[in-house]
Design a protein around this ligand. Structure first.
Ligand SMILES: [Fe+2]
Ligand SMILES: [Fe+2]
Length: 179
């Protein structure tokens, strides 16, 4: 059984995961509008990943006898300066998400909730991966700056590698077309 504190913190984190998914979708929309379909595809894949994270936490909360109470989603940004700006914001969001997961783990330690600690280990590892890849793409886009050739190459590369984690539907745009 979950303590009330852990239950509330899990609900908050579920909201962060779904908000991250919603934000990635908004980023995908900006890329679609500007004809960067490779970048958009990568964003769809991230969206699927975040929804999967949210559902994983939702299921865990239910399995431990907790009550899921979904919080409001935060309105995502809709305007961006350029592809680099989008990824810079994505990186900030991933870092913020790492912090909240870290804090949640800390709470599970304080509460001596070993099951929640064990469950959260997967999320900690996942954040290392997500921060790393987002940071890498952001750095490359910074180097590419306004060079159209470099931007087109990165757009194509990201479109090809928008695979996501195994076992998810990542990499597929809404409607389920194969990646
Ligand atoms: Fe996540
Ligand atoms: Fe993420």
């Amino acid at each position: 059984m979950l303590s009330k504190k852990i239950e509330a913190a899990l609900n908050t984190q579920i909201g962060h995961e779904f908000t991250a998914g919603y934000t990635y979708l908004s980023m995908a929309a900006w890329f679609e509008f500007n004809h960067w379909t490779g970048f958009a595809k990568w964003m769809y894949a991230q969206r699927e990943e975040e929804l999967m994270h949210g559902m994983k936490m939702y299921k865990f909360t239910c399995d431990r006898g907790g009550r899921v109470e979904l919080p409001a989603l935060v309105k995502p940004p809709t305007e961006f300066k350029n592809p680099h700006d989008v990824f810079a914001r994505a990186f900030l969001m991933e870092k913020a998400n790492s912090k909240t997961i870290n804090d949640l783990y800390g709470l599970a330690v304080d509460e001596r909730d070993y099951m929640t600690q064990s469950f959260l280990k997967w999320f900690l590892d996942e954040q290392v991966e997500e921060e790393n890849i987002t940071d890498e793409v952001e750095a490359l886009l910074k180097v590419a700056a306004d060079n159209p050739g470099a931007l087109v190459t990165l757009n194509n590369l990201l479109g090809q590698h928008a695979g996501g984690s195994p076992g998810t539907t990542a990499g597929r745009p809404p409607g389920g077309r194969p990646a």
